[in-house]
Design a protein around this ligand. Structure first.
Ligand SMILES: Nc1ncnc2c1ncn2[C@@H]1O[C@H](COP(=O)(O)OP(=O)(O)O)[C@@H](O)[C@H]1O
Ligand SMILES: [Mg+2]
Length: 423
């Protein structure tokens, strides 16, 4: 088979790495890709917004399956375009991807189908939003409806902060049209986990559990980022909780989407808050999480390609996935300044030395290759991902790798995975 992976982050490098191990594969392309994907796949220069460009490429190069990493092409309708042209693609159609593309729609679905989530109201008028807040207890969480690159959620502890948040999103339009509507919801205090499952429109086949570290600083402090590291499995997900997440969240959502005529195929990602042992949904994403996908795929024993084909063909009920018992930890190495502004184009050292270490994968995100030099090209640069006999061993292995890599201005957290072994 010829495969096209779409995207350029650590998630896509991990996908290319995992797909590349399948005996079913003849050739892999990655578009646009990064310096890491170019070791395994042929990088193709197509911009993420160029949906017809991807479809044209797929036809010309006899692509048997396209796999979409990021949300933007999905919410823009890349799957619809591929299907229209008779091409096979892994991911939800535009109408199904709205589960991530619109938080108002996601909350509506959860309410309609009885899926546990924070109490909420949605608004398209700032005046009504301000009125509502006057009679509602704090803290509150205010969310822009549409995609805002992880910056559209504001946690408000005071009345003043709520007014500022409403103004920033709806009046000043900080996130453009993504802020035409907002969700205001109750603040949930608990522990966050990421829960991912393959879905074929009907059936749900979970991946193994993972947890990420969203904040920039050690001790989970500071502003949120795309994710500074992750580990798998997540000890908080007991067998009982796993069952409950499948039965009260994943399956009802998939059945609800089917009922709405929006059959959901691809990865369904639940961003969950575990409150007093019960799972609540903060949001759904319509794709693999990044960085969680890196440790999760590191632990996947089964070939991923037949599972993806089963998703596309609606045959997931015939599938099973085997996982390695080992734990995995991914430490994200970033550029100082991230998640705000940062420099690019700094040469990375040590990438050759690290190839000698066993059970260690270096997944690239913001990297670029010029001649034989690899340089930084983004905020999150590398995901150093290990396999170890338990979380502690995996942490040691990952940081051993991190210590071999350096560049001017490198920043990473030193406590990734620690919260998994606190007890
Ligand atoms: N109801 C809530 N209670 C507490 N924290 C929340 C709530 N909703 C969101 N958050 C926090 O804000 C982060 C971002 O919110 P989320 O809904 O996942 O949106 P996005 O990922 O699109 O920015 C979450 O990871 C969580 O830390
Ligand atoms: Mg989120």
């Amino acid at each position: 088979m010829n495969i096209l992976v779409i995207g350029n982050g650590g998630r896509e490098h991990a996908l290319v790495w995992k797909i590349g191990q399948s005996p079913l594969i003849r050739k892999i392309y990655c578009a646009p890709g990064n310096a890491g994907t170019s070791d395994i796949a042929e990088n193709v220069d197509i911009e993420l917004t160029d949906i017809t460009g991807f479809a044209d490429f797929a036809i010309k190069n006899s692509i048997d399956l396209a796999v979409v990493g990021p949300e933007l092409p999905l919410t823009s309708g890349i799957v619809d375009e591929f299907e229209k042209r008779g091409l096979r693609i892994f991911g939800p159609r535009k109408e199904a991807a709205e589960i991530e593309g619109s938080k108002v729609f996601a909350k509506y679905m959860m309410q309609k189908y009885g899926i546990p989530t924070a109490k909420y109201e949605s608004f398209d008028s700032p005046k009504e939003a301000r009125n509502y807040i006057r009679k509602t207890a704090l803290p509150l969480v205010i969310k822009a409806d549409g995609l805002a690159a992880g910056k559209g959620v504001i946690i408000c502890n005071t009345a003043r902060e709520t007014i500022e948040a409403i103004n920033a999103i709806m009046v000043e339009k900080r996130f453009g049209s993504a802020g035409k509507k907002i969700v205001i919801e109750e603040f949930l205090k608990g522990e966050e986990v990421s829960y991912m499952a393959f879905c074929d429109g009907e059936n749900v086949l979970p991946l193994t559990s993972a947890q990420d570290h969203k904040q920039i600083y050690d001790g989970d402090r500071g502003p949120n980022t795309g994710g500074m590291g992750a580990y798998s499995p997540a000890p908080i997900i007991t067998q009982k909780l796993d069952r409950e997440i499948i039965d009260t969240i994943m399956k009802p959502l998939i059945a609800g989407m089917k009922n709405e005529g929006r059959h959901y195929k691809g990865i369904l990602y639940g961003g969950l808050m575990i409150v007093g042992g019960k799972p609540f949904v903060l949001e759904f994403n319509c794709r693999f999480g990044d960085p969680e996908t890196q440790p999760v795929l590191a632990r996947m024993k089964s070939d991923i390609v037949p599972v993806m084909i089963a998703v596309v063909d609606g045959k997931l009920n015939e599938m099973e996935i085997q996982w390695y018992d080992e734990a995995s930890v991914c430490v994200v190495m970033a550029m100082r300044g991230y998640p705000d502004t940062y420099e690019k184009g700094i040469e990375i050292k040590g990438l050759e030395d690290i190839k000698k270490l066993e059970n260690l994968m270096v997944f690239h995100a913001g990297t670029i290759k010029n001649d034989d030099k690899i340089s930084t090209n983004g905020g999150r640069v590398l995901g150093v991902t290990s396999l170890g006999k338990d979380i502690k061993d995996a942490i040691d292995k990952a940081y051993k790798g991190v210590n071999l890599i350096s560049w001017k201005g490198v920043y990473y957290r030193r406590d990734i995975g620690k919260k998994a072994i606190r007890s």
